[in-house]
Design a protein. Structure first.
Length: 399
């Protein structure tokens, strides 16, 4: 009988995955050099919106990053990058107390944010938290605008809790969106009869002035001039009077202008104008990303307000999106009556506050989770300043 050599049990053993290590990017040039890797990780992570693309984060940093420091975590297994945690460190004051806040590249112009996890998700979250828990340069980890379905909320909460870090979760609001799964005709017929009637009547009245058309600008030399015209339209209505229009703030104007050019280079930019004759009377600033449309800004000429030009523009843009086979129209931002006329779907977003396991961290958690809700009661408001001053004094004595 022939002898058969026993198989080496180690020969078929799966290779041991390389340990994940964390590198910190704190230099601006290193952040710029990271772009190709960043984009690869974003693609592998299945990113379905542009607000974590390197181009968006870079533009935000250049326009709003003053006073903050880069703390981008790059997670590597061997030579492969498996995740990126885009974080910045910002000194702020909370209730009179100096606080070192670690968080996303975030302000009111960022619709959603998160970590970029491409591979080994559970290990990546553990590596991120392990790194953060060992560092001593932050008092508050504030993760804003995490969309429903993100693993980050549950993962970081589950890791921070056993380390005795106090936490608060806040529902920031629901962002309306419209799945474009049916045909345009089926969808339009599903809208409220009054809304459909108003649209038809306003189209008829506006067509009497001149042909109603949509002009779409995506790139080229026209984009700069067209963007200027769009910002003038936005400032002409109530936003200009309230000083909330883009053009009222140089940093905000720079952000939307610079990002428009970068988005155009990548084929994402959509600047739509509603025209009657040769007159531009409404606009929207949108991004077309992975077959989804994201509405960032919309505005109109108040002289044409009786025709509801923003709604007419939206009608025509949505009809085109259905016909082209787009997957979703994301209204972004908070819920509003005009958005509810078009969709009943919404996507909640959450903020996660993780306080450091220090005296200051426990003090901040006590104020946010217990004291502030208590002081919001009308009968206790006179005590607010006194208690907050006392908390600031106690914190100062602990330095």
């Amino acid at each position: 009988m022939a002898c058969v050599a026993a198989a080496d049990p180690l020969s078929k053993a799966a290779p041991v995955p390389a340990a994940i290590r964390v590198e910190t990017i704190s230099d601006y040039q290193a952040f710029l050099d990271l772009e190709p890797v960043w984009n690869e990780v974003a693609e592998a992570a299945g990113l379905d919106h542009p607000f974590l693309e390197h181009a968006w984060v870079r533009t935000w940093w250049e326009c709003f990053g003053a006073g903050s420091a880069l703390r981008i975590l790059v997670l590597k297994a061997g030579s492969q990058t498996v995740a990126i945690a885009p974080l910045i460190l910002t000194p702020i004051r909370m209730w009179g107390i100096k606080v070192r806040r670690l968080g996303f590249f975030y302000n009111a112009h960022v619709p959603r944010a998160d970590f970029l996890i491409a591979q080994r998700r559970a290990e990546a979250y553990r590596a991120i938290w392990s790194h953060l828990s060992r560092s001593h340069d932050w008092d508050l980890l504030q993760l804003c605008q995490l969309p429903e379905g993100s693993e980050t909320l549950e993962a970081i909460s589950g890791l921070a809790g056993p380390d005795h870090c106090k936490m608060v979760t806040w529902l920031s609001g629901a962002s309306p969106y419209l799945p474009l799964s049916a045909s345009w005709g089926v969808y339009f017929d599903s809208l409220a009869a009054k809304h459909r009637s108003n649209l038809r009547n306003r189209f008829k009245r506006l067509n009497a002035i001149g042909p109603v058309e949509v002009e779409t600008i995506t790139a080229g030399e026209k984009l700069t001039d067209a963007l200027g015209a769009a910002l003038q339209l936005e400032a002409a209505a109530w936003k200009g009077e309230a000083r909330t229009a883009i053009s009222c703030n140089p940093d905000v104007s720079k952000f939307y202008s610079a990002f428009a050019q970068r988005a155009a280079e990548r084929g994402w930019m959509r600047l739509n104008f509603l025209q009657t004759g040769a007159q531009r009377i409404a606009f929207d600033y949108s991004l077309f990303y992975k077959n989804r449309i994201h509405l960032l800004k919309i505005g109109y000429d108040p002289a044409y307000a009786p025709y509801s030009p923003s709604n007419l523009l939206l009608f025509m843009v949505l009809q085109d999106a259905f016909e082209r086979g787009a997957r979703e129209y994301d209204f972004l931002g908070e819920s509003a009556d005009w958005k509810s006329n078009w969709t009943k779907h919404s996507r909640p977003h959450y903020w996660l506050f993780v306080f450091s396991c220090t005296f200051k961290g426990h003090l901040l958690h006590f104020i946010k989770a217990q004291l502030v809700p208590l002081l919001k009661r009308s009968s206790l408001r006179p005590l607010r300043k006194l208690v907050l001053r006392l908390a600031a004094y106690v914190q100062a004595q602990r330095r």
